[in-house]
Design a protein around this ligand. Structure first.
Ligand code: GLY
Ligand code: MN
Ligand code: MN
Length: 441
């Protein structure tokens, strides 16, 4: 796979300009980096930059704060970053420092993070609105309120404090919802690597192997492309597939069972999110195939609804229709399809929605409704299509041959000018294609 470039610096600058245009000149935005999180004692979790911060800066060091001050003559874009420190860098790795922040990340001005209490109030002064995302980093929320209140307390000394907090997420997350050409390239790469991992898992799968061994194949494929998991992978054999967020991944895979894998990678900060379900021994039983084909048909029908002008819920409605009809055919639901849909009878076996926005976050930002109306698809939006059927092992009134079967088929789909592009078609999903691939392994 060809090595891909990352998002160019000019695009980060474009994003900041775009946001500042929307904010207006009497405002200031404050965007903190993600905090470092402890795993236990003094061991940290792998650091993952805050998506909003990365989107605006491309800067992935912790203990940083980005400030945008539209129209400010001296510097509109200010970064606070960790200072250079040769001793700490020997232990913890390289730091850009303020000089690197201006040289390599295009900040108009940059300061050591230790100076923020001294400098930030001066930047807030004479601005009316503070754009900030409240509630994501609670410790930092307190500091922001502290800086503004500190200024207010000095009003009798002639200092002017901002009068209004504005939810930055409303504006910024709507920008993030629409992926640029560069972002779509990253998402195609994340999808391609993710799909290759699913193919590798299908090839590696055999009765007697463990779920974690197959999970290891997935991780190997991600890491060899410098990608990592975008969420905890679900590798569930047999009835484990019916646990929607199955995490143990430690059971032995049995001949005659299905294996459901929900695993996607993050590449250059962009996520893929893919599910495939396939027979452990490479051949579907008749009962498995009957369930599988319904989910497959629902996936295809839902995907066909992804095009400009259609609204957010149309893929889900299409999936619900196919699944309800299928469940009636299987004898798992009884009655007329429209009435069953209205009563949401399918929820016993299909209890989640058909998808979500996808981007830097797996469940990406962006509103699903505008007012009371479902959002209408526009080019550049990316979402998942992920119908499923899960028949619990101990479901009452269910024929034995269908019990414990769980199937989900999840693709990543970008809205294009005329329809959509399925980013994850590198992983086969038609039952015959899955069997052909596994038979050839
Ligand atoms: N892997 C999380 C999801 O499918 O939404
Ligand atoms: Mn998903
Ligand atoms: Mn998923």
């Amino acid at each position: 796979m060809a090595r891909l470039k990352s998002i160019p610096r000019a695009e980060f600058a474009r994003r900041r300009r775009h946001l500042m245009r929307l904010m207006g000149r009497d405002s200031i935005a404050i965007v903190p980096a993600a905090p470092v999180r402890l795993r236990n004692n003094d061991v940290e979790y792998a650091y993952r930059q805050d998506s909003d911060f990365h989107y605006l800066t491309g800067f992935d060091e912790p203990e940083s704060v980005a400030i945008l001050i539209p129209g400010r003559a001296h510097a509109e874009y200010v970064l606070f970053v960790r200072d250079r420190d040769p001793a700490r860098e020997t232990w913890d790795g390289r730091r850009a420092g303020p000089a690197g922040a201006t040289r390599d990340y295009d900040a108009d001005d940059a300061f050591p993070i230790g100076d923020i209490d001294e400098i930030l109030p001066g930047l807030l002064e004479n601005r009316e609105k503070v754009y900030y995302v409240m509630g994501v980093h609670p410790d930092f929320d307190q500091r922001v309120v502290g800086w503004v209140n500190g200024l207010r307390a000095q009003s009798k000394h002639g200092r002017h404090a901002p009068q209004e907090f504005v939810a930055l997420d409303h504006v910024l997350h709507d920008l993030r919802l629409f992926k640029s050409r560069g972002e779509l390239d990253m998402m195609r790469a994340a999808a391609r690597i993710g799909a290759a991992a699913h193919v590798r898992a299908m090839r590696a799968c055999a009765p007697g192997r463990h779920e974690f061994e197959i999970a290891a194949e997935i991780t190997h494929e991600f890491r060899r492309h410098n990608a990592d998991h975008s969420y905890l992978p679900i590798v569930g054999g047999g009835e484990n597939a019916c646990i929607l967020h199955y995490r143990e991944n430690d059971a032995v895979l049995r001949d005659g069972d299905l294996l459901l894998i929900d695993a996607g990678c993050e590449y250059q900060s962009y996520a893929s999110d893919i599910t495939r379900t396939f027979p452990v021994n490479g051949r579907f039983t008749a009962a498995q195939r009957a369930v599988y084909d319904i989910v497959f048909e629902a996936n295809v029908a839902a995907t066909a609804k992804v095009r400009p002008g259609n609204h957010w819920n149309e893929p889900h409605d299409a999936a619900v229709r196919v699944i309800t009809q299928g469940l009636v055919r299987l004898g798992l639901l009884k009655g007329r399809v429209p009435a069953l849909e209205k009563a949401q009878a399918y929820k016993r076996y299909f209890m989640h929605r058909t998808g979500h926005w996808l981007g830097m976050d797996v469940h990406d930002v962006g509103d699903y409704k505008v007012g009371e109306q479902w959002r209408v698809f526009e080019p550049g939006m990316v979402l998942t299509i992920e119908p499923g059927i899960y028949i619990p092992a101990h479901a009452r009134g269910v024929p034995k041959r269908l019990r414990g079967i769980g199937v989900r088929i999840e693709d990543d789909v970008a809205v294009t000018r005329n329809g959509c592009e399925v980013l994850t078609d590198g992983a086969p999903k038609a039952a015959d294609e899955v069997e052909a691939l596994m038979g050839a392994a």
